[in-house]
Ligand binder design. Structure first.
Ligand code: ZN
Length: 81
């Protein structure tokens, strides 16, 4: 009975160590991915709503102005008026 408990604890410790190791490896992976970010852009694009006209545009094409997003420079300047 006691041996089984020890085995379970040992198994939990091993899985915990493996999780830590995996996390550590993932951190290293994301770091290297960030370095080569321009080489492999994600295909799924996030869309952001223009705060002036309400149109949805890909987040990398929006103009960000103090937490607000705009589809074009015209809408950014129009919204400021
Ligand atoms: Zn707009």
């Amino acid at each position: 009975m006691f041996g089984v408990v020890r085995l379970i604890i040992l198994g939990l410790l091993i899985s915990f160590a493996l999780k830590l190791f995996k996390k550590f490896q993932e951190n290293r992976l994301t770091r290297t991915q960030k370095k080569s970010k321009n080489n492999n852009k994600p295909t799924a694009k996030k869309t952001v709503r223009c705060d002036h006209c309400g149109i949805y545009v890909p987040s990398d094409e929006t103009i960000n102005d103090g937490g607000k997003n705009f589809c074009s420079l015209e809408h950014q300047s129009e919204h400021r008026k």
